[in-house]
Design a protein around this ligand. Sequence first.
Ligand code: AMP
Ligand code: MN
Ligand code: MN
Ligand code: MN
Length: 286
Amino acid sequence: MLNADLHCHSVISDGTLTPEALAIRAKANGVQLWALTDHDEISGQLRAAAAARAAGLNYLTGVEISVSFLHQTIHIVGLGFDVENLALKIGLQKTRGGRGQRAVEMADDLAKAGIAGAYEGALKFAGNHDLISRTHFARFLVERGVCRDTNEVFRKYLTPGKPGFVEHHWASLKNAVQWITQAGGMAVIAHPARYKLSSTEEFALFTEFKGHGGQGVEVVTGSHSPAEYISYADSAREFGLAASRGSDFHSPDESRTEIGTLPDLPGDLTPVWELLADRIQTASVV
Ligand code: AMP
Ligand code: MN
Ligand code: MN
Ligand code: MN
């Protein structure tokens, strides 16, 4: 099967590598089709597409949109859209717009827990100041010696009920799916096993997502266990969704899954790239 990696992050959001370094790393790991999917931000797309071409990789445009659904934040990946689409650009700008204020409030909350200077500390790790994220706070808390690694940070801080967590209102599911599809792309539910949804709520997510025009779900992702591959392959069949595959790679030091190294999708599922064939930017040497 094609080695496609359709989910990863660069310094444009909360990854630690540039789009150019990611393209080289993906190529070295045998990736044939790549998408950079920064959070709420597509300003890295032209760089990523050019780097893919230079490395001899086929490319799909990508983004990962933060969505508020019921009591949760969920993520919707967009693939193969037109990066010049105005409604998408404005929608993403609005979605990431609240991050600065949220970061100030997170820092205030951490200060109350005895950790001073977190806003400035996190900002130092943010390659793109418009896209300050919990990951940047996590890196700061590791640097400060508060925790050993970023996983420990998320266990003890920055998550619901813990110091440094600030509730935030992201895009609606309907808007996120429609921005992507109206820009000619495909909307994909990212890492569905990661959400704390009851089975009824998860059914509502898949049903509403389809109703808005969503077409894909991540089945094989760095955020799923092998048992979860099997369970979300079943969801793809049940809801008639195409299947996606992506590492969710953020950093050589932090990510548990290396770019381009996941198992294949189950053979009976329709891979998202089959439906996006005319959106793939082909490199001259592949
Ligand atoms: P934000 O969009 O600012 O809320 O940050 C979300 C990001 O934090 C995710 O995309 C992950 O990169 C990271 N993250 C969330 N939960 C965890 C976790 N338990 N362990 C490591 N990273 C996490
Ligand atoms: Mn992230
Ligand atoms: Mn995600
Ligand atoms: Mn991601």
